[in-house]
Design a protein around this ligand. Structure first.
Ligand SMILES: [Zn+2]
Length: 287
């Protein structure tokens, strides 16, 4: 049976790593001179050892990639050529610290572009983080400013070492992705309403500290009347809605709302959003 991960090498390494965990935990306890909080030592040492296992698994996966069967170039689809093995940086949720992992490096003679196939297969971002780590870092960076996200949420609570600068970098990448999804109307749960159903647009603003200064962020929520449902006696929830957000002026938000509404309104017989009367994006803002 073919396996994506070659576990044999890592399996041989496991007892050695486990033994090192026991030795290190014992040494830490001796140095401290008491037995309180042994879980913290075991946890930290296990995560370090797991990082070693992860690297061993990746090395196995790297060796199993056939150098004689090059991948097709992502740009021109021509077969690439194997050049050499190259290391790349991998950061995982285990410790967050950079580890060197080897990958075959293939090159397209046509486009003069290369690729590290294992790196691409693992889906690591440009900072070397796995998707799992990037998701945690992005989450931490949205809950707290970058430095406390790094020192408190990631280092103290998760045991993951990622600097505030890297948290900033990941949040910028997620921000660009979110912006693109919002622009394409894909960051929403949109449905076309029935002809007599009401669509609501609620607009608000908030001051946020970003990039060293305060900025007003304007937000809008679009939802259909019947998607507001009672979940208890005094509480209702929106089961579908679309959120819009911009750092621009109201003249920017207005056309964004106008464009978004086109996906909510019923279609007329010509397949166009059924907007009655003369409604302009700017008038909608000032109403
Ligand atoms: Zn190419």
């Amino acid at each position: 049976m073919n396996s994506l991960l070659q576990v044999d090498a890592a399996a041989n390494l496991a007892p050695q790593l486990f033994n090192r965990v026991l030795q290190n935990v014992a040494r830490r306890t001796e140095q401290r001179g008491h037995l309180r909080s042994p879980d913290a030592d075991v946890r930290e040492e296990m995560l370090r050892a797991s990082e070693g296992l992860l690297v061993a698994l990746c090395e196995g996966a790297s060796l199993s990639i056939d150098r004689e069967e090059p991948p097709a170039c992502a740009h021109c689809r021509q077969p690439m050529v194997f050049k050499q093995n190259r290391d790349f940086i991998l950061r995982s949720t285990l410790t967050g610290e950079p580890a060197n992992v080897p990958s075959p490096y293939f090159f397209c003679e046509n486009c003069h572009k290369g690729c590290l196939v294992l790196r691409d297969a693992l889906g690591v971002n440009r900072d070397g983080m796995t998707e799992s780590l990037a998701a945690k870092v992005g989450f931490a960076g949205t809950v707290e400013p970058y430095e406390p996200a790094s020192s408190t949420l990631l280092r103290e609570l998760a045991g993951v070492n990622v600097s505030g600068t890297k948290v900033h970098s990941v949040c910028q990448q997620f921000g660009a992705m979110a912006e693109s999804l919002i622009e394409r109307g894909q960051a929403a749960d949109v449905r076309r309403v029935a002809p007599n159903e009401t669509v609501y647009v609620m607009v608000d603003g908030s001051m946020l500290h970003m990039d060293g200064d305060w900025h007003e962020v304007k937000v809008a929520i679009i939802f259909a009347g019947s998607d507001r449902v009672a979940v208890s006696k005094h509480r209702a929830e929106l089961v579908k809605r679309q959120g819009l957000v911009t750092r621009g002026t109201r003249e920017v938000l207005g056309p964004m709302i106008y464009e978004a509404l086109r996906s909510w309104l019923p279609l007329n017989r010509w397949g166009e959003p059924a907007i009655r009367g003369r409604v302009s994006p700017h008038r909608m803002v000032y109403l």
